[in-house]
Design a protein. Structure first.
Length: 562
């Protein structure tokens, strides 16, 4: 009982640490809401106030049209109660991701326990002699895995903004955990697949990852599935029925447009190269076979797949997109480069079945992500967490266990091993935290469409003095920022908006009420009009009312009149 209470106390502390790291100063860091975040927030606000989204669609269950990117609906609906309680602001929009990320840390503990149900008791095959007595590596694996996720730069970065992928990741971990616990409680088979359905309704990549993972999980638990065949089949059928409402959208031209925009197979360059080589060789069977475009596509896909295992991505710099990484710390920590392969190898010797499943989990998350042009992509493979942390935790415990048995001139090597590892990890973590809070916002705030909020706050205080307010689209989607920060009534927006979809299927708003939105500079300037534009293109005779600057002092928007 005492040991159980101690573990519970430690787990609660880990959860609170994870929550603190994700919620501290979250309205201010990252330094501005991205255009996706304001879209989620305003659509949640519109649903709350009217039951309709920004496009006047009543309670969409397939997708929210948004900018023409057709956002999965669940993250928006999950934001509604937070907007209702805290209002439409940065905190309410980011809080769902913060909480779901924090609960994923907690859930990781139960996932690991469910993965190794027969290993939590001392076993001669995994017992070691240490200074504290008999130690079972698997006893500490759940807590250590949770702790590593709690302090993970990868997970912290993506839990502090309204990323749908982070919420979907929670549902995936919950689904796997429930399915694993169904082995002991067969009644859970009826409901354990439902979190996977929730993930499908939350994030685009999960729609492709979840079927892969479900198949792998079913193979891994095939004997248990057969023993509870009736409940399992009912649960699977129920989940499939709940997915039906989203199927028409997945088969629609809008979904295909989105896929064609980001995937490598729509790149004509490889086809042109293949045809040119065939022509150079004068055609023929050999030329057509060797220079087949499908071979080029296959090579390109493998390049994008293995991009996700680059050491610079995993351990040094992280994702090249500053929204997903601080650019000076990897998705994992430095020492993880040692513990990760050791953990995979050591765990495979003790429990090859679980090791294969966990490796399949990582691979299945990368398979759909590798079809995209931008790789490696930390957001699209967020589904792979917390598998990395489980392997790393096992590698730590395994090497710590081995080190505890060694002595050098009667000195316990294990103590030095722990001290050195702790010091390196502590420095790596505080190096990340220091850069995140002291430098990240100043250096990369431009990636978060900084400036619109500050400009709109000014225009709201003077808008009665002007007939029109013209805002540049230079840094994003200004129409959504004006809707968000003015809490503009959706009913009035629908009545006055001027909008259209372009040939690629993306949505554009040219104006509503007194606001007008332009790409570039206006052809001619009008009196009694307030302009928000590029400082480098401000007319010489303009009266500059205010200049919006990045935290580093660089101008981003100029507010002026003629």
């Amino acid at each position: 009982m005492k040991r159980l209470l101690n573990k519970t106390t430690v787990l609660v502390c880990i959860f609170l640490l994870g929550l603190f790291l994700r919620i501290y100063k979250v309205p201010a860091i990252p330094g501005s809401l991205s255009w996706d975040e304001v879209s989620i927030g305003y659509n949640a606000y519109s649903i709350l106030k009217t039951g309709f989204d920004e496009h006047h669609r009543f309670m969409p269950i397939d997708a929210f049209v948004a900018y023409g990117d057709y956002k999965p609906p669940l993250s928006i609906y999950l934001t509604v109660p937070f907007v209702a309680v805290f209002g439409l602001n940065e905190f309410s929009v980011r809080l769902p991701s913060v909480l779901f990320g924090s609960f994923t840390v907690l859930l990781t503990y139960f996932l690991v326990k469910a993965l190794f149900p027969n290993k939590m008791k001392n076993s001669n095959s995994i017992r070691s002699k240490a200074s504290m007595g008999n130690v079972n590596i698997f006893e500490y694996l759940p807590l250590l895995s949770s702790f590593l996720l709690a302090i993970s730069p990868w997970h912290i970065n993506l839990s502090r903004a309204a990323f749908e992928a982070n919420i979907a990741s929670f549902f995936i971990v919950l689904g796997v955990t429930l399915v694993l616990y169904s082995r002991k409680k067969p009644i859970l088979w009826l409901f354990s697949w439902l979190p996977f359905v929730a993930a499908i309704y939350t994030f685009n990549s999960s729609r492709y990852f979840v079927p892969f993972l479900s198949i792998g999980l079913s193979v891994f638990l095939w004997k248990d599935l057969m023993q509870a065949k009736k409940n399992a089949v009912i649960g699977i059928l129920l989940s499939m029925i709940l997915v039906i409402p989203i199927v028409p959208h997945l088969l629609s031209k809008e979904a295909r447009l989105r896929y064609e925009e980001v995937n490598i197979f729509s790149n004509p360059a490889m086809v042109e190269t293949a045809n040119a080589r065939i022509a150079q060789e004068g055609g023929g069977i050999i030329a057509n076979l060797v220079n087949n475009r499908r071979i080029e596509y296959g090579k390109e896909y493998l390049n994008h797949f293995f991009d996700h295992f680059q050491p610079s991505f995993l351990f040094v710099k992280g994702d090249g997109n500053p929204k997903f990484s601080t650019q000076n710390v990897g998705q994992l920590f430095w020492l993880d480069a040692v513990f990760l392969p050791v953990g995979i190898l050591a765990l495979s010797l003790v429990n090859p079945g679980v090791t294969v499943f966990l490796l399949f989990w990582i691979i299945a998350s990368i398979v759909p992500a590798a079809t995209a042009r931008e790789t490696p992509h930390a957001l699209r493979i967020l589904n792979s967490l917390p598998v990395w942390q489980i392997f790393i935790a096992y590698g730590m415990l395994f090497l710590g266990d081995k080190a505890s048995k060694l002595k050098y001139k009667k000195l316990p090597v294990g103590i030095f091993f722990v001290i050195v590892c702790f010091m390196i990890y502590a420095f790596n973590f505080f190096y990340y935290i220091h850069n995140y809070y002291r430098h990240y916002t100043k250096e990369y705030v431009s990636e978060w469409q900084y400036g619109y909020r500050e400009a709109i706050e000014y225009t709201e205080s003077v808008k009665d003095q002007y007939d029109a307010i013209v805002i540049t689209e230079k840094i994003g989607r200004p129409y959504m920022y004006t809707l968000f920060y003015t809490k503009y009534p959706p009913e009035k927006y629908w009545e006055t908006k001027k909008d259209s979809f372009d040939a690629a299927g993306f949505y554009h708003v040219y104006g509503y009420d007194t606001y007008q939105f332009i790409n570039g500079s206006p052809k001619e300037y009008q009196k009694r009009t307030l302009y928000i534009g590029d400082p480098s293109n401000t007319p010489e005779d303009a009266v500059v009312k205010q200049t919006i600057r990045y935290p580093n002092g660089e101008p981003v928007l100029s507010i002026f009149e003629i």
